[in-house]
Design a protein around this ligand. Structure first.
Ligand code: HEC
Ligand code: HEC
Length: 446
């Protein structure tokens, strides 16, 4: 019998040329071992893709996915985690007009996992920001929205997202409250026709009765309280106290391997990484929150014309998909990702993307705004060769001349940035998922 799995089909679509991309099986095997993918009786599984697709294209493939029923959640005291901020993180900024409360966080988590918030009741926030996959999606280079639509960019992790003052790869949004409605009404993601449509739908769901009132009092349920609840839940997703934090801020000389310590010297010295992925005296967010051209977008824009690619539908069953077919379900103009230019219209902003935090980066493959680098080894090699030269390349990105040992040390350092994330994943598993959507009658829109 094949257990019912957490996995979904894994074709990723690149925005650059509308080519459907499968992440290579070899990558998945590497990623799984890197993630410490654990099976069996040792306890609840809190990381790793739901299924192992290492030989997915073979007719003999047998799934190793875990049944949804066996995912056992355990509530965490999220507010206590925020109050007692994990080592290495600064105090969490919380907007004055949306203080964190237990009721809001609980409500936000319920909304985050509710597939009924999408047009046809199939897609929740958590399906692109998957808790056990680093609150991103390890199986897709770029996100796939409602009915297979090509979103064109990699889902960012939501760990420590509460510190960000600039959201999205092009920094076009600034607060979690403002951001929350965008995926819900984006035709490529959850695809609702309007905010009012979602609100009318939400009001019909009896399982929300009283929840907004206890979280927001008289304000009750409205477009702002929906956003404030979602923001509150996401704000609590703090993951730090990593080996690096314990070594650097906790002064525990044993906490990080010698290789990772040498990697730190490179990171903040010869390799120049901390120029953009900043480390402070008392805490580190590993981002300057600025946008830079390191060559990622440029490379895709200049890549040769795409040819049909195989997309595996089921074990041993695949179709060749023409890029034009993908383009048909993509947004007009999504064929070429120009980064910050798409926000400002300034030609000098072409292929500029926001510096991502590197906390928990070993959990959040694949990498870059387009998921084009599949492993951290590839990322280190990318920087070592000087990114992708182009007229707008940031001058700090240049060939580094790192030896093999130095590359390994830098990698060990990046792997030492994984924090204490498991309580958050177990907490996420508490949220009801799965059959929630089936209770929504699609035939009678409000
Ligand atoms: C179809 C997949 C998909 C769904 C569904 C989705 N997201 Fe995202 N999310 C993404 C992608 C892709 C991006 C980056 C988009 C960009 O940069 O243009 C993103 C970006 C974000 C960001 C910005 C993070 C950062 O570091 O800049 C937040 C916050 C976020 N999503 C929260 C949510 C919430 C809340 C929901 C549900 C209401 C949601 N997402 C639904 C794919 C998705
Ligand atoms: C000039 C600023 C700058 C410097 C210097 C820099 N980075 Fe980056 N880094 C970025 C930007 C911008 C991105 C995102 C690019 C994109 O989304 O396409 C990024 C992305 C990454 C990612 C992928 C993270 C993710 O979640 O996708 C890793 C890992 C990384 N950098 C590590 C390093 C290392 C290691 C060094 C030093 C060798 C370094 N960076 C130097 C700006 C910089």
């Amino acid at each position: 019998m094949r257990p019912r799995g957490l996995s979904r089909l894994a074709p990723g679509c690149t925005r650059g040329h509308g080519v459907v991309r499968l992440l290579a099986p070899g990558f998945l095997a590497v990623a799984f071992s890197a993630l410490g993918f654990a099976v069996g009786a040792a306890g609840p599984v809190t990381d790793g893709p739901g299924d192992y697709k290492g030989s997915y294209d073979s007719p003999d493939y047998v799934t190793r996915s875990f049944s949804l029923e066996s995912r056992i959640g355990k509530k965490a005291d999220l507010l206590a985690i925020v109050r007692d901020t994990p080592l290495g993180l600064p105090p969490l900024p919380v907007p004055e007009n949306n203080p964190l409360t237990r009721e809001k966080v609980e409500l936000g988590r319920k909304l985050f996992f509710d597939r009924r918030l999408s047009l046809n009741g199939t897609q929740s926030c958590a399906m692109c920001h998957i808790p056990e996959q680093g609150f991103t999606n390890n199986e897709l280079a770029t996100a796939v929205g409602l009915e297979g639509r090509d979103v064109g960019r990699n889902s960012p992790t939501l760990y420590n997202v509460g510190y960000k003052t600039r959201l999205f790869h092009d920094a076009r949004e600034s607060t979690l409250e403002q951001q929350a409605w965008q995926p819900m009404i984006n035709p490529l993601e959850m695809a609702n026709p309007s905010i009012g449509w979602v609100m009318a739908k939400l009001r019909e769901f009896e399982d929300y009765d009283g929840l907004f009132e206890s979280a927001f009092g008289e304000r009750g349920m409205d477009m702002n309280t929906v956003a404030e609840a979602l923001a509150s839940y996401q704000r609590t997703l703090l993951a730090a106290d990593s080996p690096f934090d314990r070594w650097y801020y906790g002064q525990d000389a044993e906490a990080m391997s010698e290789s990772a310590q040498r990697g730190f010297e490179l990171f903040s010295g010869k390799a120049g990484c901390s120029g953009c992925h900043t480390i402070g005296e008392d805490h580190a967010l590993f981002t300057d929150e600025q946008l830079h051209n390191i060559g990622t977008g440029y490379e895709r824009a200049m890549a040769p014309a795409p040819t049909p690619r195989p997309v595996t539908l089921a074990p041993g069953v695949f179709v060749m998909v023409d890029p034009d077919v993908v383009a048909m379900v993509s947004a007009p103009g999504s064929g070429n990702d120009l980064g910050r230019y798409e926000v400002t219209g300034d030609v000098d902003d072409r292929w500029h993307y926001k510096t991502p935090s590197l906390r928990n980066v070993a959990l959040t493959a694949p990498y870059m705004h387009d998921g084009s680098l599949l492993t951290l080894e590839e990322v280190v090699a990318f920087y070592n060769r000087g990114g992708v030269p182009n007229p707008l390349l940031d001058p700090r990105i240049r060939p580094l001349g790192l030896s093999e040992q130095e590359e390994a040390d830098l990698l060990a350092f990046l792997e030492a940035l994984t924090g204490d994330y498991r309580p958050l994943v177990l907490d996420a598993f508490v949220a009801p998922i799965g059959d929630v959507g089936s209770r929504y009658d699609d035939s009678s829109p409000p």
